[in-house]
Write a protein that binds this ligand. Structure first.
Ligand SMILES: [Zn+2]
Length: 122
């Protein structure tokens, strides 16, 4: 999984995937990623009503809007130069470090691993 917290993503499946009037999908930000479950918590996506009982924290109780994690297969990384959801790849750089890149246009989206001699180009 190449999605990380802080990434911009578009939702491609489910009720939050509806296209806007101009035919594009809304861009959201990933809050948190659960690698073991393959899920991501995305801002403003998959909202549910959470019913809370009266407590110290919520003296009134009531209903709260809250995001639930979505499966990463239902979101795509948003590439700002392609202005759409794209698939990501990972590649080694000459110094042996690893980066993520947009498979469509090849733009790097930043390094994901420090340089390692074993992967460096001689
Ligand atoms: Zn791109």
């Amino acid at each position: 999984m190449l999605i990380k917290a802080g990434d911009s993503v578009v939702v491609i499946s489910g009720e939050d995937s509806t296209k806007q009037d101009d035919g594009t999908r809304k861009v959201h930000t990933v809050v948190q990623v659960d690698r073991a479950k393959g899920k991501a918590l995305v801002e403003g996506v998959n909202l549910v009503w959470k019913h809370v009982r009266r407590s110290q924290k919520y003296p009134q109780g009531g209903r709260l809007r809250k995001e639930m994690p979505v499966d990463v297969s239902n979101i795509m990384f948003y590439c700002s130069s392609c202005s759409k959801g794209v698939r990501l790849g990972a590649r080694f750089l000459d110094d042996g470090s690893k980066e993520r890149y947009c498979k469509k246009c090849g733009t790097s989206t930043g390094r994901i691993a420090p340089p390692r001699a074993a992967h460096a180009k001689k």
